[in-house]
Design a binder for this molecule. Sequence first.
Ligand code: ADE
Ligand code: ZN
Ligand code: ZN
Length: 324
Amino acid sequence: MNKFKCNFISEFLFIKLFGAVILTFISSPVISWSALGHELTARIAYELMTPDTRLEVDKILNGESFESVSTWADRIKIDRKETEYFHYINFIATKTALTGKPETTSPKNVVSGIVLYKDILQRSNASSQEKKEALSFLIHFFGDIHQPLHNSLDGTNGGNDIKVKFFNEETNLHKVWDNLLLKQAGFSKEEYFQNLMNMCKDFDQNSIRNENYMDWALESNQIALTKGYDITPDHVLGKTYYENNIPVINQRLVTGGIHLAQMLNKVFDKKYQEVTADNLLSGNHDQTSILSMLFQYLATDSLSMALIKFERLLSPNTSKNQTQ
Ligand code: ADE
Ligand code: ZN
Ligand code: ZN
């Protein structure tokens, strides 16, 4: 197994180097990207899904791409006011401290939104339109729940009410996290996506296997409090704030993509439950299944992507405590 993995790693390094050389010759326009975070999360998830899951989600989306529907929930917010609360969650610090459990300003929030639309997605009597909407909402809300400032404390509208200067631009803290930090990185969407996919394989899977949405929101909230709101008294933010926080944003985008892929794989791919790294390592799985998974990846992905996924499948850092 070790030699096997080593070969993969050396192939990875070669592909990475080759990719870096190619990328330097491609121009890198800074794209208009208010939607960038959502699109990147969706794209990572789509890459990490199994082929069977992809078939199912493509069927539901009926010709629209997984990435393009990721921003639909924002576009319809004005007409569908009842969905507005599902884009964020605000915790009440004092009450939470008092009761020891998460107390929120509204029972309608990003966590309950995910629970609601996942339920609709799985209902056997849901119409195809209901399923398409449910899936589109889920793709979007998986982005929002991983954006720290969408998981904030009561009182600042997720940082919308905190005026700041970011690299000399008058703005607010929420926009810095929704848009400006990503924009400052200066990558094209394609470059950003490739960088994040490279990060995927280094992830500690123990930290991402848990499917408890409130835990994810609280994790984002912790990041908002310790990093997002940690600004200088003059509210002037620049290089230091960017350098401290861009790795955090990248980590949240990757985590969101992995979470979304895992959730959809569990919903749509019967085989996925069986071919987990847990089962592989405990010897519950025969070699034919492992190889068949590799061939499935090779049939549908680029070589580098197939290898990333296969590496992830063989990663020993997995946890057995999956909660719903
Ligand atoms: N509006 C009120 N609170 C918000 C939050 N945490 N994120 C986004 N929009 C909000
Ligand atoms: Zn949103
Ligand atoms: Zn926002």
